[in-house]
Structure formats: C-alpha cells, structure tokens
Ligand binder design. Structure first.
Ligand SMILES: [Zn+2]
Length: 278
C-alpha cells in the first residue's frame, strides 16, 4: 500500500516538473518573433485565434484578398502593426468575374497603394480548368497584375498550381523583381530557377520529401514561411511547424531560423513596423 502511494506521489512530482519545463519552454518560445507570409484572415470566424497567434509570437501576418469582397475586408483587417494586407484576384475567383470587376480591383490597388504591402494573391491555376478561354483569361489578368506591381513597385504573392512553367515564364518576362511563390509546390530545380532570379519560395507547414529537398536546395535568404490559414492550416500559429521544417532541413537552431525568416518577410514586404529590428 505504502509502495503504491510512493510511486503515485513520485509520478505527480515528475508530471509537475514536466509541466513546469513545458511552461518555461513556451515562455521562451513566445519571445521568438515569427512571421506568417500568407493567410486569409477574412475567413476567420473567430479573430481571437489570430490575436492568440500574435500573442504567441507570430507578430507579423500578411493577409491576402482574392476577390472584391475579401480585398475590402483585408483593408479593414490590416493594422499596420501586426497585420498587413495584400490585394489581388486569384485564378479561382477570376473565373466568375467580368472585366469591369477586374479593372475595379486594379484601381483599388492603385488607390490604396499606401495601405498595402503587396499585390496578391494572383497567378495561374490549371488544376481548376483546362479550357483555353479560361486559361487565356487567367494569363491576361495575371499579366495585368504583374505590370501593376512593377509600376507601383510592390511585391507580388503568386498562386501557381500545375502551371509552374507558364507562371515562371510570365514572371521572368514581366521584369517584376519582388516575387514570392506562395505554398510552393514545385521541385528543387524549379525552386532553384526561381531563387537564382531572386524570387522567394514560401514554405507551408505540410511535410513531404519533395518539400524537404526544396528547403535544402534553396538558400535561406530566398525562403519564407506561411500557413495559408484557415484554408490549409488552422491558425497563423501553425507557422511554427513550417519554421521547424526549415530549421531541421537546414540543421539550424529554431530561434535563429525564426529570426532569419521573420527578417526575410519584413524585408520582402518592406515592413517597418514598430517591432521591426532592421
Ligand atoms: Zn492563399
């Protein structure tokens, strides 16, 4: 009987110690500044989840519009401190949109130039269509957004699905310099082609051997991390998992990796928030 009691109390002591250690670890981790380079905060039912991610340490979050409604919502959500807006029309929402509405969104980007940090998301998606007309429409809009980005000197967040070769060609031809491939799904050769032009490769928190090869091949200066939440992950806090993937593949410490990737995000989007260290 006594023996049992003793083992129970030792067990409690151990679990209390583990709890304390975990608490300390969490406290230390919250001091690490993280950045999420691609989200859709307009889709969050409960913005307390975003606040909690910010308190946890994800102090820089880029939220992207994909159509007229979400572009306006992104403008409402941006606070110039932790949340920054990118405006665009993605290929999926483009299909139901007339020329007038596309032009309206371009005008909106021009008018709100001072309130946004990028154009996006924009790009090509051949998974959703193989129709010639639709693809031509995607290319025409994408080309317009690339030109606008160059004219306004804004970075571009690119969505490219099953269309990497055309996307890369159009980006290279456009002469746009600040380019980020969000949720990069290409292989290491495509990633290196992009990196050699100075483009950024954004890594989501979904592990695969192909993605690991991409992370290993691309210099850390060309890497960003993102969650694409709440579409592909739950909240911006999940960016921690993407950072961990980078630090493990690169053999670097977590804190150093987080710091470097946060700096990359701020440099890329030209963010000079009060928390900015550079
Ligand atoms: Zn997205």
């Amino acid at each position: 009987m006594r023996l049992v009691t003793l083992s129970v109390s030792v067990g409690c002591l151990q679990s209390k110690q583990i709890l304390k250690e975990k608490e300390r670890e969490t406290q230390q981790r919250t001091k690490v500044e993280m950045a999420d380079s691609h989200t859709h905060l307009d889709l969050f039912q409960d913005l307390a989840q975003v606040d909690s991610a910010i308190s946890y340490g994800v102090s820089t979050i880029i939220t992207c519009g994909v159509d007229t409604k979400t572009n306006f919502r992104s403008l409402e959500l941006q606070d110039g401190r932790h949340i920054f807006a990118a405006l665009g029309v993605d290929p999926e929402h483009l299909s139901g949109m007339g020329k007038d509405e596309i032009d309206f969104n371009m005008k909106l980007i021009r008018e709100r130039r001072g309130q946004i940090v990028a154009i996006g998301e924009v790009g090509l998606d051949y998974k959703i269509t193989s129709e010639k007309e639709e693809i031509a429409k995607q290319k025409s809009a994408f080309s317009g957004f690339l030109k606008l980005a160059k004219e306004l000197d804004l970075p571009v967040c690119i969505h490219s699905r099953e269309a990497m070769s055309d996307t890369m060609e159009m980006v290279e031809e456009s002469g746009a310099k600040k380019v980020m491939f969000h949720f990069f799904s290409g292989d290491e050769h495509e990633a290196m082609r992009a990196a050699s032009k100075g483009y950024m490769i954004s890594i989501p928190p979904m592990e695969s051997s192909k993605r690991r090869r991409v992370i290993k091949a691309v210099p850390i200066d060309n890497l960003l991390v993102e969650t694409d939440s709440p579409v592909a992950s739950a909240t911006p806090r999940d960016v921690e998992r993407a950072i961990r993937m980078v630090c493990e593949a690169k053999g670097l410490a977590f804190d150093k990796t987080a710091e470097r990737l946060t700096l990359n995000t701020k440099r890329f989007f030209n963010i000079r928030s009060p928390l900015m260290r550079i």
